[in-house]
Design a protein around this ligand. Structure first.
Ligand SMILES: NC(=O)C1=CN([C@@H]2O[C@H](COP(=O)(O)OP(=O)(O)OC[C@H]3O[C@@H](n4cnc5c(N)ncnc54)[C@H](O)[C@@H]3O)[C@@H](O)[C@H]2O)[C@@H](O)CC1
Length: 324
């Protein structure tokens, strides 16, 4: 019973199995393209929640600006794919990807980045789609809505949406720079109380979370999360934290509870076959997520809307899912 939420080790093993040539035969490029496409589709749908998109009049265009924060691994690659698709759909897309900046500057050449060719290709397709890459130091991390918009050095709050594609299921330990300062800045966005503040969307894992243990002091608390293949344990830990914080007397904790529970949760990356379910049945309940996708077959091929993280808790408490 249980095991619906997968741990870091199982998520990595599923990834390896999917890409084993004679087993499931997926290529990383294929998985990443579909994962990134799901993120783009979710964001497009999310825009209906986010006021200001409806008519794309010229004066509204800054409201359609999206910033992608991309980390050094494949989570960052999902971000690049989603950025490309959204730019092709008419959004103004900026990308912060420090590892690509270093690679393109020549410092990472010589084969020390296994997927350099894939990422360099993504760089050029993002550029061709109209995305702008921010140079080092070009992003103003102050979470301060005042002052004139500065196209050359945009502030986080000038974006309508910030996409957190910093870290996925291989994140470990305390974040290193330059990512640490960015995590701290983005986590502050949720504290801004203005009506149309920047929306934060996380890819696969809210960055800063310990994949198995859940939120840490560096965690981003997104408005929306797109889990890929199957939600990870940190989502369940968030749900547990929500219940604990919800019952607490302190107003800070109840604010945190509200933030966690209101996060909208989606599932993308439809890669689960009956064979994969069978292969991993001792470690994970992938059948549950395969069925979840199967139920919505034709309506949204790229993703499923799972409701709010707070709602998932209630379901899981009912069926005892993942209780150790
Ligand atoms: N099976 C799936 O559903 C798919 C997963 N994909 C994505 O791939 C992700 C996993 O990719 P990766 O294994 O490359 O891992 P991540 O993208 O999680 O990141 C690994 C990178 O982060 C660095 N890192 C780890 N801890 C750090 C720390 N504390 N401070 C700074 N840097 C740190 C590592 O050195 C490595 O460069 C998933 O979360 C998902 O987003 C997709 O690309 C393809 C499909």
């Amino acid at each position: 019973m249980g095991k619906k939420y997968v741990d870091a080790e199982t998520a990595a093993a599923i990834d390896v199995a999917l890409m084993r040539f004679t087993e499931h035969g997926w290529l990383l490029e294929q998985l990443m393209e579909l994962a990134g496409l799901a993120v783009a589709d979710v964001l497009d749908a999310e825009m209906l929640f986010i006021k200001g998109k409806e008519d794309a009049e010229e004066e509204e265009r800054p409201r359609r600006r999206i910033l992608f924060l991309c980390g050094p691994g494949n989570n960052g690659g999902d971000g690049l794919v989603a950025a490309k698709h959204l730019s092709l759909r008419g959004f103004d897309v900026d990308i912060w990807h420090p590892k690509l900046n270093i690679a393109l500057g020549g410092a990472l050449s010589g084969g020390c980045w296994k997927n350099e060719k894939l990422f360099t290709g993504l760089y050029y397709s993002c550029k061709a789609a109209g995305c702008r890459f921010l140079r080092d130091g070009q992003l103003d991390l102050l979470v301060d809505g005042d002052g004139e918009p500065d196209f050359e050095k945009p502030k986080l709050l000038e974006y309508r949406v910030v996409v957190d594609a910093l870290f996925g299921f291989s994140f470990k330990g305390e974040p290193r720079e330059p990512y640490k300062q960015v995590l701290i800045a983005v986590s502050r966005i949720r504290m801004v109380k203005t009506k149309d503040r920047t929306t934060v969307l996380s890819v696969d894992i809210p960055s800063g979370d310990d994949v198995n243990e859940g939120p840490t002091q560096y965690s981003i608390h997104p408005d929306a999360l797109v889990s890929l293949t199957a939600p990870k344990k940190c989502v369940l830990q968030r749900a547990r934290l929500f219940l604990k914080a919800h019952d607490a007397a302190s107003s800070d904790l109840s604010h945190l509870a509200e933030i966690i529970s209101s996060c909208r949760h989606y599932l993308g990356g439809r890669f689960i076959s009956a064979k994969l379910v069978e292969q991993f049945k001792e470690r994970a309940d992938l059948k549950h997520w395969k069925d979840t996708f199967d139920q919505v077959k034709m309506r949204s091929p790229q993703y499923v809307d799972l409701g709010r993280v707070g709602d998932i808790v209630a379901d899981d408490l009912d069926d005892g899912g993942n209780k150790e």
